[in-house]
Design a protein around this ligand. Structure first.
Ligand code: TNX
Length: 556
């Protein structure tokens, strides 16, 4: 019955949509003007794309790949002339913002004019939402319209945790496409964690020989109902990473790699036990929940099989710093990103407290407590990264014990860390768990295991990244926001898709659309067509917003 109602509501939604307006762009553009005379331009396999400007091939390629996947053909690309239907061009717009574009469709065809290459690329994303999701007589009737658009925030991100579960190159590319289709520009790649090290480092081969694999995983929510006793894992070779970085560049997406330190380091420690304060202590004996079942060898250092926060963290020794510098040298060579993420979150201080070495180091360096030691750790790494011409980003715990001078902060434990950092003149990316943790449930009755929490669609949609508590002159430090996809309870691509859609579409409006243009009511109107696009992309998505028990604000 529920299914029938759902189908009906989608159909009715679409019908209403078709009656009112064929236009449902996500994220909502700055301005959409419908011409006095309505009509449609017919894009067909015979249509030609004309490129009037340098560097526009990426945009034409993306458009063509989309057409190929969706409808089975590509359009010819040439210099613009009389017979080009779709013209991509560059011209300085009145809004000198990178990524600004105008798009017009009329009887003569389609023109996308970008402030820069990026603007043309975003114009293409809009065009992909103007064309219908299905052909009519082998044509794609595209409505006459004039659109002018530019982004609100400079940082529009999504993170993927590949440490808890490994996702292959194909899915990572798909994920990057999801970002591009939503006009997002930062992919934060969480590459290391207690449960797996995922990036090949030539200087330290054991990181992936040993650190990329675990002997089992707890079943169900922590502490688990047993262990699946299945070896799992995987990693990206440097060649694969280069390929992915290039793929992202063509989509104007910067990949920020994250190498976690000093906590969430069990996989690295399993590979190189000397990175621990207590190399001879077995993982199981001092960090093992007695209620969690363990698979395989439990002697020595092991890659974690349970979720949560582990006490076996990096020892702040010269050997560890040398190791991390060696790792970062290779990371920096692979990723052109200005930002390198060093983690910094959830580093329990238990081991540092009982380690003679750490206590002695604190005395020598005049560090008053273990928080100051964490700060010393991060500041050392920051100096190294700065010496290579890059900057660090870290989770908001890097504020504890004194913030590294040039650091950008990702505020995840609510908004407070971000407010504090912005008040002291640091750049901030907002990622509050209260609004953008896509591992949280989107329904009160999830039918698969999730970490918990409750983050329905409208809550994401109504998130405002500029906190009212922040004075006007400090708001410029908020670069934007990002949703985090922690994958403890996502062990396959389809589950990740289910968790991010449609919340990611809602987030894209938070990040891109002008504040006064945002309306959840309007977003709900657009959702049925957005779902048709999901179906065209062949992806999974959550239907929680149609559920009767969802909050009043949710789609009915
Ligand atoms: C906290 S957010 C973490 C992650 C977990 C996540 C689960 C952050 C910086 N650390 O390690 O996966 O919660 O929601």
């Amino acid at each position: 019955m529920r299914k029938i109602l759902l189908a009906l509501s989608i159909c009715c939604g679409l019908f209403a949509q078709a009656q009112e307006s064929p236009i449902a762009i996500v994220p909502e553009p700055v301005s959409i003007v419908m011409p006095a005379t309505a009509g449609r331009y017919l894009v067909s396999p015979a249509s030609k794309i004309g490129l009037a400007g340098k560097g526009l091939e990426n945009s034409a390629d993306f458009f063509n790949e989309y057409l190929q996947k969706s409808f089975g053909y590509k359009l010819d690309v040439k210099s613009p002339g009389k017979k080009t239907d779709i013209i991509l061009t560059l011209s300085r717009t009145s809004n000198p913002v990178s990524g600004a574009y105008t798009l017009s469709v009329d009887t003569k065809g389609i023109t996308i004019s970008g402030h820069d290459e990026l603007g043309v690329f975003y114009g293409i994303q809009t065009l992909l939402q103007l064309i219908p999701t299905a052909e009519t007589n082998h044509t794609l009737p595209t409505p006459f319209v004039n659109i002018s658009d530019y982004p609100r925030f400079a940082y529009r991100g999504l993170m993927l945790d590949v440490g808890r579960h490994f996702f292959d190159v194909n899915f990572v590319k798909k994920y990057i496409d999801f970002l591009a289709l939503h006009k997002m520009n930062y992919f934060h790649w969480h590459l290391t964690d207690d449960q797996g090290w995922r990036i090949e480092i030539k200087k330290y081969p054991k990181l992936t020989e040993k650190g990329a694999w675990r002997n089992g995983t707890i079943i169900g929510n922590y502490p688990g109902k047993g262990n699946d006793n299945t070896r799992s894992g995987g990693f990206y070779t440097q060649e694969e990473i280069k390929d992915i970085v290039k793929y992202a560049e063509k989509r104007y997406i910067t990949i920020i790699p994250e190498i976690e330190m000093p906590g969430h380091a069990s996989a690295a420690i399993a590979a190189y036990p000397e990175l621990s304060c207590f190399p001879d202590e077995a993982t199981k004996t001092y960090y093992f929940n007695p209620n969690s079942a363990w698979a395989g060898d439990s002697t020595g250092k092991q890659v974690q099989q349970i979720w949560g926060v582990c006490r076996d963290v990096f020892v702040p020794s010269e050997n560890t710093f040398k190791f991390l510098e060696g790792v970062l040298d290779e990371v920096i060579a692979l990723f052109p990103s200005k930002y390198i993420h060093v983690g910094g979150d959830e580093c329990p201080k238990d081991n540092w407290k009982r380690s003679e070495f750490c206590q002695q180091l604190m005395k020598e360096k005049g560090l008053k407590d273990e928080h100051a030691l964490q700060s010393y750790f991060i500041q050392r790494m920051e100096k190294y990264i700065n010496s290579k011409g890059r900057s660090i980003i870290g989770w908001d715990e890097i504020l504890e014990g004194g913030l590294a001078p040039n650091a950008t902060v990702m505020s995840w434990r609510g908004e407070d860390g971000g407010i504090e950092a912005a008040n002291s003149g640091h750049n901030v990316v907002m990622t509050p768990n209260t609004y953008v943790y896509f591992d949280y449930a989107q329904s009160k009755k999830e039918d698969s295991v999730v970490i918990g929490g409750y983050l329905p669609l409208d809550k994401v949609y109504n998130y405002e990244p500029l906190p009212t508590a922040l004075p006007a002159d400090k708001q410029k430090f908020i670069l934007g926001a990002q949703a985090n996809v922690w994958t403890e309870y996502m062990d396959n691509p389809s589950k990740v898709e289910y968790m991010i859609f449609p919340r990611m579409s809602a987030l894209s409006e938070v990040l891109w659309s002008q504040k006064e243009k945002r309306s959840f009511a309007n977003f709900q109107q657009k959702l049925p067509l957005q779902i048709k696009r999901y179906l065209l992309w062949g992806i999974n998505y959550s239907k929680a917003f149609y559920e009767p028990q969802a909050d009043g604000a949710s789609v009915k």
